[in-house]
Design a protein around this ligand. Sequence first.
Ligand SMILES: *Cc1c(COP(=O)(O)O)cnc(C)c1O
Ligand SMILES: [Zn+2]
Length: 440
Amino acid sequence: MAVQTVASTTESAGSAGRSGSAAPSVDLGPAAALSCRECGHRVPLGPVFACEECFGPLEIAYDFSAYDTEELRRRIEAGPANIWRYAPLLPVPADVATKPNINPGWTKLVQADNLARELGVTGGLYVKDDSGNPTHSFKDRVVAQALEAARAFGFTTLSCSSTGNLAGAVGAAAARAGLRSCVFIPHDLEQGKVVMAAVYGGELVGIEGNYDDVNRFCSELIGDPAGEGWGFVNVNLRPYYAEGSKTLAYEICEQLGWRLPDQIVVPIASGSQLTKIDKGLRELIELGLVEDRPYKIFGAQAEGCSPVSTAYKAGHDVVRPQKPKTIAKSLAIGNPADGPYVLDIARRTGGAVEDVTDEQVVEAIRLLARTEGIFAETAGGVTVGVTKKLIENGDLDPSLTTVVLNTGDGLKTLDAVADTGLTATIRPNLDSFREAGLSS
Ligand SMILES: *Cc1c(COP(=O)(O)O)cnc(C)c1O
Ligand SMILES: [Zn+2]
């Protein structure tokens, strides 16, 4: 990992980003400090992401002690139909809702009865459909947080390393906020993702290499004068970025009537989303917004990039990097930063981590589309396919309430189902129609 290199240079990148010598104090709502996930060392809020003591990852620590449960619930319910209804639980300034932002979130929780029948789920099956976000993936949630942090720290360029969806989300968020964006992707991504990332007018750079190469390059850029004043949403702004995934947990529970689901199936790329969904659920329990009951978190990967499920099945605590080869490119991170934390969470909650082949991903995309009218990208094929497999293996209990995440839109990964097409081509007359065997 490049954490060590980057940690030693973060300070200069950070102070450059503050555009001046004196660091202004930032007020990010209830966010109190950055805290090391390994050793607990605390530092003030700033554009840093690695612990100065042990190089462990930093995350946001909050002070929620002033909240009254019922008042907080009323405040959330009276809030806007987007992620800012949860502003009291996020690292954002008090006036966040008044500034230009693409305002993602509050996507549909679809009661998937048809899919439940196909899979034999009797306890209630739901699809949290995050393809409904402004740039059609879950990434808008995390970018919205990183954007607010970038503003607070005075960064003028928004950047990222991306497997595709993040590039689009950063481009759109920067466009609306009036910031420059310059984002980096592997050069061989799906055309839908490339167009989606480029159309917002920012700079889009293809790197000859895979995502892990792109990520390593970005870590170098942060430490170099060439990257001064740049806020990398998933590198030096990562602690803020990551908190955006908590809103998925909040929304699922609120949409279930302030109730925890029994089981959630979450896709894994870096593993950040899965770890923050767990953090969000634990916060709701601590705040008294949901009843304290057990829940299980399941992780989903594609077989062609399955470093976390491989470690899980082998009983390992460390994740050995892989070279990705799968159609699920949005999940193709061979060296997932949060892998060990994902293993902890799956084991602690009684969940599991599983993977499916590319063929099963395609099958699952079709299954979700024909049962529920939801066209998922390959990442959604991974979660639905893994759900099916977990039920067949007996790892997931079909008599319990289960939520499956669809994190992206099938229109971005059309190649996966490119052999889908016309049922028939006919002349525009009834005889021709009857001949085709389509009459009722
Ligand atoms: C980025 C992404 C994820 C999850 O990413 P993490 O790095 O694990 O947080 C899931 N689905 C899609 C479609 C994505 O683009
Ligand atoms: Zn530490």
